[in-house]
Every structure is written in C-alpha cells, then in structure tokens.
Write a protein that binds this ligand. Structure first.
Ligand code: BGC
Length: 880
C-alpha cells in the first residue's frame, strides 16, 4: 500500500483566512522499504468534485514532498479552495488522490470595517469590558459566510446568541503597533436567511490592561476596540459585506473587571438577556465611536490559536491546616476553571489560584508577586449557573475557594488547561519513571507557557516573551510539538521590535523599552543581552533545521543580520559588550544573593556571538548569499581567535574556571581540536568538585549533557542527568513537581521556599535538557545539510541504567521512531524511517553487530559502526 497520509498547508491542516496560496507538504506511507517519491501532481479547484480545475501541475518529476509552492495564480477573497495531490514512487506505485482545503481571507488587505469602541480616552486605566452588537438581514439563499474579527484587546464573538469558535484570548498578543492579527471564521451554519445579530464582548487584555511587573496600563492604546467584517456569499453568486462601523451600539458588560494577571469579576446582576439576539431594545445602549488606525498592520492569524487542550477534575478537595478550602487539580498549568454552582442573587464565589502549598501544607501566594489570580462571580437572577472566565488566565495547580454559597463539591469544578493548539509531534518513554515524569514536566512547561507567545512563566506578574528562555527551549519544544507557526509569529514580532541598530529586546512583544526608566535593574537596558538577543539567530536556524522550510530564513534574514551587526558594532577587539547583561542567569555559582552566575559577561558575549555568527553564516549559505558567507566567515574566525587567546592559557586550559565557560566553549566549537579532550576532562573535574552536581544557570545548563556526551563523556552525561538530589533535574521530580521550576531549589529539601520575589514553578528554561534526551538518548538527529529530516541520523547513546528508551518524532516527512532495549550487554535497536527520507544509523558504542535485518554493509570508522538505509522499519542488535 502506498498512500498519502496527510497534507499540510502552510504547516496547518485546513487553514482559514489565507492571504495567498499556501505551500503544500504531504506525508507518504508505504509498507515497503526504500520508498522514494519520483513524481507528484497537484490540482486546485473550487469544488470538491474537481470538475472545474483551476490549476493542474500534471505529473512533475520531483522528489520534493515538503513546502511545495503553487504557481502564482491569483485567488479570490473569502473563498474555499480544494487542493488534491497524488504521487508516484520508485516502486512503480501510485497513490490515490488525497484532498484537503483552505479558505482565503483578504487577498489584498481590503478591510473596510472600522475599529469601534464605547470607551473614550478619559477611561484610562479602566479594566471594564463592553458589549457591542449589530443586527443585519441576509435577504437571499446563503452559500457561505466568513467573518473576520480582531480587537484592540480581547474579544468573544457571537452570532444569533451562539459563541463563534472555541478559541481563547483572541486575537492573541503581537507587537500591536506593527502587527495585529485577525481571525477568520466560517460562520455559514450560524447565519440564516433573514434576521441576524452579531454580538461581541471586548476586554482589555494585553492591549490595554496593566502589564509587566511595573503594571503599566495602556501599553498600546487607551481605548479597547473591536473590528469585524462579515462576508456573505449568496447562492446566486452575489456578495454582501457587513462591517463594524458607527451604526453599531455598545454597553458595559457584566465582566466588571478583567486583567491577564489579576483575573476577572463577573456580576451576573448586570447581564442583559438576549443581548446578542435579534429584536433587543437597545435604546439605552451607547453609540460606538471609531478609533483610527493604520490598516496595514492587519495580518491573518498565522499560528494556532489558544484553546483548551485538556480538562482536569480536582484530584482532591481538602482543608489546609489554616482552614482554607482548596482544590488540587494535580497538574500545574495555565488555564481557567469552569464552575457549576447554585446561589441566590448577590451571592459571591471567589477563587484564588496558586501553584504550591507551603511547608505546612497551607496556601502559598507569595511567589505570585503582584498577580492576584482571583476570579469572582456574583449571582444574578439565575440560581443555577455554569461559569468560565473569558479575558484572563491563571497559572496554577491549586485553587482556594475563598467564598462560596453552600458547601462546594469537587465535581462542580473543572480546570481547563489552555495552550496554543499546536499538533503534538514527539514522544519519549524510558524504563526510568522519574525521567518519564521529567519529560512530562517539560511538556507541561511548554503547554503552560505557550499561550500565544512563549512566556517565561504563566503565574506571576510577568508572563513575558523573554527571548533567552524562548531561545534555549526552542529545540526541545520543536520536538514535542509542531512549533513552526507559533515561533514564526514570535520571530515576526521580534523583528518588528528590534531597535534601529538591530538590538533585540529582552522581551517580545517588547513592553519594557520606554516603560522601565524608574526600575533600578531594567533602567540599565531593555535590549541586547547575550544569550537572550541571540534568539534572533538561533531560533530561525533551529526552525529551518527541524522543519526544512527555507521561508523562515528568508523572512528573518535581515533581522538575523541586524543582530550580528549590532554585536559587531558594539565590539572592541572582537568582544562586544552593551548595557545590561544577564550572563549565566541564576546560576548556582553566583555570589550570595546575586542572580548573576560566576561566568564573566565578556565570555558569555563572545561565546554567543561566535555561535550566532556561525549559524548566520550557515543561513547565508543555505540561501546562497555568498558575499555574506565570505564576509562573516572572516569575522567569525577573528572572534574565535580572540576567544581562544583570551580565555585559554598556554597549556590549553580555560582561564575561566566555571562549568558554563567549559560547556559553551565545547558546545559552540570554540575549543581548539587538539585540546577538546583536555577541556572535557576539565569540565568533569569541575563537576567532581561539586560532587557531580551542576552549578549552571540559564545559559550553561541547556548544553551541559551535550558538551559531555559529544566529547566522549557519555557516562558522565548520564551521571549528571540522573542525579536526583539538589541541584538536579530529578530533584524537582522527587519533590513532586509537575512542571519545570525556575530555580533548582524552588522548594528546598526541608519544604521551605526560595525567595518569593522570583520563584516560578512553571518556567520551562531548564526543560531545555529535553533536547539532549531527544538527540542523544533517543538519538534522532537532524542532518544540517538536509534540513527537515530529509536525511537524518539515528545515533542513540545507551547507558546500562536504562533497560529501554523509546522515542518518536513526527517530521514533515512522517514519523521517525527510535526504540532501544538493553539486556545482557546487547542493545536491540528498532527504528522506523519515513518514506522519501534516508537515515544513517550510527552505533557509537557498538563492539559488534549480533543480528540485523539491514541488507547494507556496516562500515566502521572513528564514529563507530554506521550504515545508511532508506525508508522502512529495521531491527539491529549489537553488543556494547
Ligand atoms: C524571567 C526570566 C528571564 C529573566 C531575565 C526573569 O524575571 O522570569 O525567565 O529570562 O528575568 O533576566
């Protein structure tokens, strides 16, 4: 059987709202080995029956099956297109047609609707929300209806009383001054011939609500607003457009208060029955006004919207020693709690959300800093209610029930975990239960922090897109989920928010610059810190490697280059420095009371600039920009020479005796070849000095195990990985963590807490160890020359403390599997290689092959035994 399993369009299943024709990626499946595509055919049509074909590629001789472009035919706005593909292979087989569809949005950005509001600028700092509504008639038979919506703030949209879609926190958070995403919905089933009503509730969200640890409000504007345009396609071929304008009306909504950090107050006594249905007497409603803005900032939603990804019933409802009634949902997450309750008018339910219990088992709120994380519901006429908040989210595992009419029951509460709705792509399971829990915690670190932007943490008054955190976790995340569109959006905003000089803000979207002059710390600088700003280069390069889509390099190239040039212009003798640096942030080798690790800033700056410059050269090569390759290669060589003369002594040892200095030097290839072994030995000595423990921070930790295992220290890498006393990854697991902590000792062995000023229990940065598990333990490794896993390596490093490790990764070509078991000194490796790819199996630790169903010959070289195979499933047993 030779089949097309799935087709993706611009890295999505069935995208809606596209401004141009999407690129196609299809996954092929076969039960044979060494299967490769030889030809493909693509057709495009407006009808599922393809009777009228708008484009036919005919059979094209090509092996390309990912990111295939359609030719430049112009498409119509707000129209559904079907696209189908079939393929021939090198075994003389042909697939059946596989069909999918997409819907266009604005094709040439011709939005005519206005941003409407009932707020005026005197309502500064208010965090109220408002309703807006409009009645309209559709006079003919309807074929399809698409609705465009966006907001200055956040919106919930309704047609004829029903909520549209189940996305949360739309339109998401972007660099609003430059980039405002709109969503397009297919509302064909919700609009009727005859009378119709559109309604929306608008909250302040990230646009206008107070944000950041200084809690500045009105970051982007002082009026929340809503924009909507309904495109009706009638059966007779005619169209109607109804857009938001001055004819709409508005009214304060029962959501009296909403804020991303603080929560929501809902007063049901303020509800207006049927406010979103036809026939309401809206005489008391205010006329809306319009807010002028540049419509060029409008862009279609390119990433997966935030949605509910899992629901959790309370594991327990209990009373703390201090007498608080608490719900334990068993998992730290970002989310909202849906509550069902009964009460009478004026009764109040209040819930306070938090992450951890203190040493004595009481409610611990201190680490939330200024974030109130409180939901209040005030009963109106309805005695029986089901309520889910709208324009906020909480970072929590627990909720305290502060007030409640009657006795609460666990069954009345459901936690809805929210996250950007990306497809899961990778799995890992091992024979070690603690490691499995660690992998779970890494995944939930991702889930909780990928709420439209990659945040540092989802609970305290921060929740910002810190570039350093995003950068170190990018590769790990790209294994677990398809993060292409999510990061593409983030990188679009990163480029928008770069300084004129090419500096990269510490957080994206940048809300720090210009707002923190009063802050002792951030007044020193809000952009361009080593390891943070390098997100501009490391992330696009990582995405290119993982997803094989050149588009990301093309889109980010200027931004990448601007960052490299920024460092160049701020260099003296090839070592750059600039304002505030975070160094190896929160490393344990910091001086007492300091957040800054012991590795000097100049080493962090120089090492990261060498690394980013090398990656930029790689990107320039991939795009064929040879002038840049020549220029920056020369520059890179000079940085490396300088680095080696400055940070190594005459014998080749490092002059900076920290773990992180050794890690980044080894991992970024800054150690002269002949000294690598010695420097790796030195790193092991530094580890020994700490009784085998890491004392690294944000920049050293991610590459620690790789720096060891890539330099012959496989056992030492496993030793470090498997430590389970403080400080270590598994210490948190032993302490009952369900996500990754910000600090190695967030909760100390005696149950006491790290300082409350910065103690997040859901901070994915140290989860970057996931990358080593994927690339080294499971051993699935990309080939830089053949990005997207078109050719890849399976090169697991086994260790006798595991009896099995199983991993899978859904790539653009299909699923790769690498499973190994270890018994009596023999490793049995079972792998699966997707159709249209090749894999080189590299057995670094193999003494000899005991059994194998691979027909090709194994070759022994410095790297161990290796063999290249085409697609299919293979088993090989070797002695170690
Ligand atoms: C954040 C970090 C971030 C750091 C930089 C913290 O407050 O939570 O994750 O990278 O600041 O200084």
């Amino acid at each position: 059987m030779f089949t097309i399993e799935t087709i993706q369009l611009d890295h999505q299943q069935t995208p809606i709202g596209l401004g141009s024709l999407p690129k196609l990626t299809w996954v092929l499946k076969s039960d044979k080995r060494a299967v490769a595509q030889t030809d493909y055919q693509i057709q495009l049509s407006k009808g599922l029956d393809f009777e009228e074909v708008l484009y036919d590629s005919l059979y094209v001789k090509s092996s390309q099956s990912i990111h295939v472009e359609l030719p430049g035919i112009s498409c119509e706005a707000f129209t559904k297109y079907f696209v189908r593909v079939r393929v021939k292979n090198n075994k003389n087989e042909e697939t059946a047609w596989q069909t999918t569809y997409f819907v266009t949005g604005y094709v040439n950005n011709q939005c005519n609707a206005s941003m409407i509001t009932i707020e005026d600028s005197s309502q500064l700092n208010n965090e109220e929300t408002f309703y807006t509504r409009k009645e309209f008639r559709a006079n003919k038979e309807i074929e399809s209806v698409y609705c465009v919506a966006t907001a200055f703030g956040l919106y919930n949209l309704y047609f004829n009383g029903e909520q549209v879609g189940d996305y949360k926190l739309t339109p998401g958070w972007t660099s609003y001054k430059n980039n405002l995403m709109y969503q397009v919905y297919d509302v064909s089933e919700m609009v009727e011939k005859g009378n119709n009503t559109i309604g929306a509730i608008i909250g302040t969200g990230w646009y206008k609500g107070s944000l950041g640890f200084s809690r500045n409000a009105n970051m982007y504007g002082d009026q929340a607003g809503f924009l909507c345009e309904v495109h009706i396609n009638y059966a007779d071929g005619s169209h109607d457009v109804i857009g938001s304008d001055e004819t709409w009306v508005g009214h304060l909504s029962p959501i009296l208060f909403s804020n991303i950090y603080d929560g929501e107050i809902y007063d049901a006594r303020m509800e207006i029955a049927d406010w979103h249905r036809w026939g309401l007497n809206s005489q008391s409603w205010a006329k809306v006004s319009t807010i002028a803005f540049d419509k060029n900032i409008l862009r279609p939603q390119i990433c997966e919207p935030v949605e509910v990804i899992e629901q959790f019933k309370p594991k327990e409802l209990f009373k703390t020693p201090e007498g608080d009634v608490v719900l334990d949902f068993g998992q730290n997450m970002s989310g909202l709690v849906q509550m069902s309750a009964e009460g009478k008018k004026g009764d109040v339910i209040e819930l306070n959300y938090f992450e951890a219990l203190d040493k004595d088992g009481n409610v611990y709120l201190d680490n939330l800093r200024g974030a109130k994380q409180t939901i209040q519901y005030i009963f109106g006429d309805d005695e029986s209610i089901v309520y889910l908040p709208s324009f906020t989210f909480q970072g929590f595992r627990y909720a305290r029930i502060k007030t409640y009419p009657g006795t609460p029951k666990a069954d009345d509460f459901v936690a809805m975990a929210i996250s950007s709705g990306m497809e899961s792509t990778g799995t890992i399971e091992t024979s070690n239960a603690d490691v499995n829990q660690l992998m779970h915690n890494i995944l939930w670190g991702l889930n909780g922090n990928f709420v439209d932007i990659p945040t540092d943490c989802p609970q305290r008054d921060e929740r910002l897109g810190w570039t350093g955190d995003a950068q170190v976790f990018c590769r790990t995340a790209s294994y677990l989920k398809n993060c292409y569109n999510f990061y593409k959006k983030y990188l679009t905003d990163l480029a928008f928010d770069q300084t004129d000089e090419g500096g990269v803000p510490h957080v994206v979207p940048d809300i720090l610059t210009g707002n923190y002059d009063h802050d002792d710390f951030l007044s020193q600088g809000t952009d361009s810190a080593a390891g943070w700003a390098d997100a501009a280069v490391i992330m696009p390069w990582t995405l290119y490697q993982v997803y094989g889509d050149e588009e990301i390099l093309l889109a980010q190239y200027d931004s990448m280059k601007a960052w490299i040039d920024f460092m160049r212009h701020h260099s003296e003798d090839y070592i750059w420095s600039y304002k505030l640096q975070f160094g190896d942030w929160v490393a344990l080798d910091a001086e007492e009371g300091s957040y800054f690790g012991a590795t000097p800033n100049e080493l962090m700056c120089a090492s990261y600039s060498a690394y980013s410059t090398q990656l930029f050269i790689n990107a320039a090569k991939a795009l064929g920009n040879y002038e840049d390759v020549v220029f920056y290669s020369d520059y890179h060589e000079k940085i490396v020479n300088k680095y080696q003369s400055k940070f190594f002594d005459a014998k080749g040892h490092m002059t900076v005796q920290t773990q992180t200095a050794h890690i980044v030097s080894l991992y970024f290839d800054l150690v002269p070849e002949e000294n690598k072994e010695m420097v790796a030995d030195d790193l092991v000595h530094l580890l020994d000095k700490e009784d085998g423990h890491l004392v690294t921070g944000f920049l050293g930790t991610p590459y620690f195990c790789s720096a060891l295992s890539q330099n012959g220290k496989v056992k030492e890498a496993y030793d470090l990985f498997l430590k389970d006393d403080f400080p270590s990854w598994l210490y948190q697991v032993k302490m009952g963590a369900t996500t990754i902590w910000e600090h190695w000792d967030g909760i100390k062995p005696d149950g006491s807490m790290w300082s409350p000023d910065m103690n997040s229990f859901n901070h994915y940065a140290y989860g970057a160890i996931g990358e080593w598990v994927q690339r080294s333990m499971v051993g699935i490794e990309v080939d830089e020359q053949n990005p997207g896993y078109r050719h890849f390596y399976i090169q697991p490093l086994v260790d006798s403390r595991f009896s099995y490790v199983k991993g899978s990764l859904m790539t653009q070509f299909g699923e790769i599997k690498s499973n190994w078991t270890l018994e009596d000194g023999n490793v049995k490796l079972s792998i699966s290689v997707p159709v249209n790819t090749n894999c080189t199996i590299v057995l670094k630790q193999a003494k000899e092959v005991v059994d194998s169903d691979i027909t090709g010959a194994m070759v022994r070289n410095n790297n161990g035994l290796s063999v290249c195979v085409g697609s299919g499933m293979y088993n090989i047993t070797f002695a170690v």
